[in-house]
Design a protein around this ligand. Structure first.
Ligand code: ZN
Length: 338
């Protein structure tokens, strides 16, 4: 259903939205921390989306169980490592994992900088263990839902480790915390020379995407579903190679699209937008990238050629150098000839 001569790439995948429910359950038991449900199976119905949530904010509360059990820096390191292991199981060749250290630190008041360091440690351990099986880079998130001041704390912690990041993102409650609140943060990010992706056009309309591009300097847009409401914006995205990171199951589960068959990904492709396919929060959504490709084919109705285009777009949209992208383009054919 996807083209095996091209790599599987996930550019929109939250490390803190992909904490294994089994690990959450186990850590909670070790900590004698009470989770909802009498047993693991019951807990699973709380920690994952059952069909769909009412809206984005309700969807996001499902992520809270995972961070609620991050009591020590070792727990943080463990879940970062497991994220790399999950990439290998999901046959993903390259991923950019994004994380919000403020959100991960919040429940147990861990030092935010130390959380960034623990994530990097866990990722490095995974890179070493699974060398040659997957490649992974990190994107830092500012969690807009906690306001400007906390985002400043979060940004400062992330920028101390900027050499370990390939980009920065703005995520969380788009409706409650508009991009306008974070313009100063993104000025600092541009000064640090980090490329930018912004969650926009998910809970808000096309104006939020315009702002992300024009005022926050976004080179990629997370979701961007509602860009479709503004033909000028779609044209601007296509002409300027601003990528849309589409996440089909997530968009259905957050209520951003009512019906996957009508997802604008088809129109984005038709209009020449650099759209690619991603997971978002696989553990919460109970999906994987391969599942998203079968949904793209079987439910959205994309053709083999269109699916190939999604895979090529993912390579172009990576926050990597041209030579690293070229390496990804030939990765699968080189693997075969070895
Ligand atoms: Zn996301």
């Amino acid at each position: 259903m996807y083209n095996k001569d091209l790599p599987l790439i996930d550019l929109h995948r939250h490390l803190d939205g992909n904490i294994r429910p089994k690990t959450i359950w186990q850590l909670a038991q070790d900590q004698q921390f009470k989770l909802p449900g009498q047993n693991y199976d019951e807990f699973l119905t709380h920690a994952t989306i059952q069909d769909k949530a009412d809206n984005l904010v309700e969807f996001l509360t499902k992520l809270d169980y995972g961070v609620s059990v991050l009591k020590t820096l070792d727990d943080v390191k463990r879940i970062a490592y497991e994220n790399v292991e999950d990439l290998v199981s999901a046959q993903i060749d390259y991923a950019e994992l994004r994380f919000s250290p403020f959100y991960m630190a919040m429940e147990h008041k861990l030092p935010v900088e130390a959380v960034v360091e623990a994530v990097i440690d866990g990722i490095n351990q995974g890179r070493k263990q699974f060398a040659g099986k997957t490649q992974v880079n990190l994107i830092g998130i500012l969690s807009r839902s906690y306001g400007q001041e906390n985002c400043t704390t979060e940004l400062d912690a992330l920028l101390r480790f900027k050499d370990h990041l390939v980009g920065m993102d703005l995520a969380g409650d788009e409706k409650g915390f508009a991009g306008q609140l974070f313009e100063e943060h993104f000025k600092k990010i541009h000064k640090a020379n980090l490329p930018v992706t912004v969650h926009a056009g998910e809970a808000c309309g096309a104006e939020s995407v315009w702002h992300a591009i024009n005022s926050l300097g976004a080179q990629r847009i997370g979701h961007g579903v509602n860009s479709i409401q503004d033909p000028k914006l779609v044209e601007h995205l296509a002409q300027n190679d601003i990528a849309i990171e589409s996440c089909l199951t997530s968009n259905y589960q957050t209520g951003t699209v009512a019906n996957l068959a009508e997802h604008p990904i088809t129109e984005f492709l038709n209009q020449g937008v650099q759209v690619c396919l991603n997971t978002d929060d696989p553990a919460v959504e109970q999906t994987e990238l391969i599942d998203e490709f079968s949904i793209a084919k079987n439910i959205v109705g994309l053709t083999t050629v269109q699916i190939r285009q999604l895979q090529l777009n993912a390579i172009d949209a990576c926050f990597l150098s041209d030579s690293e992208k070229q390496h990804l383009r030939t990765l699968k054919s080189n693997e075969k000839s070895q």
